[in-house]
Ligand binder design. Structure first.
Ligand code: LLP
Length: 433
């Protein structure tokens, strides 16, 4: 009887029945839990901002950004890291407090920088000398004093997938610290009445688990701070150590609390600063994935099932690579639950395929799963980060809707695209009409 009851139950995500969500809003569907976002933000509040004075945290919006997300982040008291005119425009449109916005990017355009300065964004993280030149001209033109950080490249690789490691010397990001150019940039900035250099930024990579690379980078950067103080009298007021805190994509392992990353980092900063007789600057972190990754799931409807005897069973769903390119891009691994039979025995080993015209469109290889039939609902877990934000219209698939669960109620925060949206920017030249 008890077992029967379990078998009848559906997979519940943040108090809501996911099968009902799929029925009401259609699939594929991104579902995001406001509670889970808030829970992560409260950990940052308690274990970083309240625990260590003179600290700030910004959410890396590239992981997932919509107008509603801006509002949640604002309410949670965090700043926002943006990396393009589009992300900045989203923040402006949501009336996000601009002084809490940090603008990153290795090739910001004149227009993007102008938009940022027009709107008085809090910090511009200058990545290279070309950008510094443009920035100086715009700031002068507008007669403003713009607060900046230099993104430096500490020459420390992040232990992660090659595509998301950024701290190594051979990287498109940041100013090399050995370079003459850093001294040149510093001098130029310090002499400029329109720029105010507040300090430095580095970001080693994403989905990192061990602190060794942060600590190695901190040794290098605090050494640099000491050098600049002794040689130029420059005092570093702010140090932004980027994001990158990893999460678990597996239900067998728990994600580490923020203190796992933060405590050794803060200890190393305090130790280095006291050893080098430096005043500890304001420390800024900018996690993306750690805040939003586990707060999202994606719901799909199962369609065709192809069994190749002695080879493999393919279970196809109504989305795939366009809503989640991470397995194809980084070999990312996800787990899934059959939402209408979450407790059924996982008797089958199968591969979850997307619906795109390419063999690489596989969401999960060789998952243990119950026997399924067309129409069953599949929930892929931990899809909150870099899924919606990296979604495409490959094969002209309309992008899924995003539903936010807040206090037990679902709210559509991004509407599902329609076929009409797909052609809304298309034009036919006269000679083809
Ligand atoms: N700050 C900077 C300057 C960054 O470049 C990034 C991520 C972050 C913060 C936030 O990193 P997080 O805390 O989310 O790890 N598309 C890839 C991830 C690319 C991350 C790029 N930069 C993925 O799906 O894994």
């Amino acid at each position: 009887m008890y077992l029967q009851k379990q078998l009848d139950r559906h997979y519940i995500f943040d108090n809501l029945d996911t099968v009902e969500l799929a029925k009401e809003f259609g699939t594929p569907l991104y579902v995001i839990s406001e509670n889970l976002i808030k829970y992560k933000c409260s950990q940052i509040q308690n274990d970083f901002l309240n625990k260590y004075p003179n600290t700030k945290a910004a959410y890396a919006s590239k992981a997932f950004l919509t107008l509603a997300m801006c509002k949640i982040i604002e309410r949670e008291g965090l700043g926002l890291d943006v990396v393009s005119g589009g992300e900045l425009f989203t923040a402006i449109s949501a009336h996000f407090p601009m002084e809490k916005v940090m603008f990153h990017g290795n090739n910001k355009s004149f227009e993007e920088l102008e938009l940022a300065i027009n709107n008085n964004v809090g910090r511009i993280i200058v990545d290279n000398l070309y950008e510094l030149e443009i920035l100086q001209n715009i700031a002068k033109e507008q007669n403003k004093k713009v607060k900046i950080l230099f993104r430096i490249n500490p020459g420390v690789p992040g232990k992660t997938h090659k595509y998301i490691s950024t701290g190594q010397i051979d990287s498109k990001f940041g100013i090399c610290i050995e370079e003459e150019s850093l001294n040149f940039a510093l001098k130029k900035t310090i002499d400029s009445p329109n720029l105010e250099l507040m300090g430095f930024h580095f970001h080693i990579g994403s989905q990192l688990f061990d602190n060794k690379s942060y600590l190695a980078a901190l040794n290098i950067v605090t050494g640099l701070m000491k050098n600049l103080k002794d040689k130029m009298g420059f005092i570093t007021k702010e140090l932004n150590i980027g994001g990158g805190f990893g999460i678990s994509y597996s239900t067998r392992e728990k994600t580490k609390p923020i203190s796992f990353f933060i405590d050794p980092i803060m200890k190393s900063i305090e130790d280095n600063c006291s050893k080098l007789k430096l005043e500890r600057p304001t420390i800024i972190i900018e996690p993306g994935r750690w805040i939003i990754g586990e707060a999202g799931i994606t719901l799909y409807t199962i369609g065709s099932i192809k069994e190749i005897p002695n080879v493999r069973t393919y279970i196809s769903v109504d989305g795939g690579l366009p809503d989640n390119p991470r397995p194809a891009l980084y070999g990312a691994k996800y787990e899934a639950i059959v939402a209408n039979r979450p407790y059924a025995n996982r008797e089958l080993t199968a591969t979850i395929a997307g619906k795109c015209c390419e063999s690489g469109d596989i969401l999960i290889w060789d998952i243990n799963i119950p026997y399924v039939k067309p129409g069953d609902v599949l929930a892929v877990l931990n899809t909150g980060a870099y899924n919606y934000s990296m979604a495409s219209n490959y094969n002209r698939l309309p992008k899924p809707a995003v539903v936010l669960i807040s206090n037990g109620k679902p709210h559509v925060i991004v509407e599902r695209e329609k076929y009409e949206d797909l052609i809304s920017k298309d034009k036919i030249p006269n000679h083809l009409l």
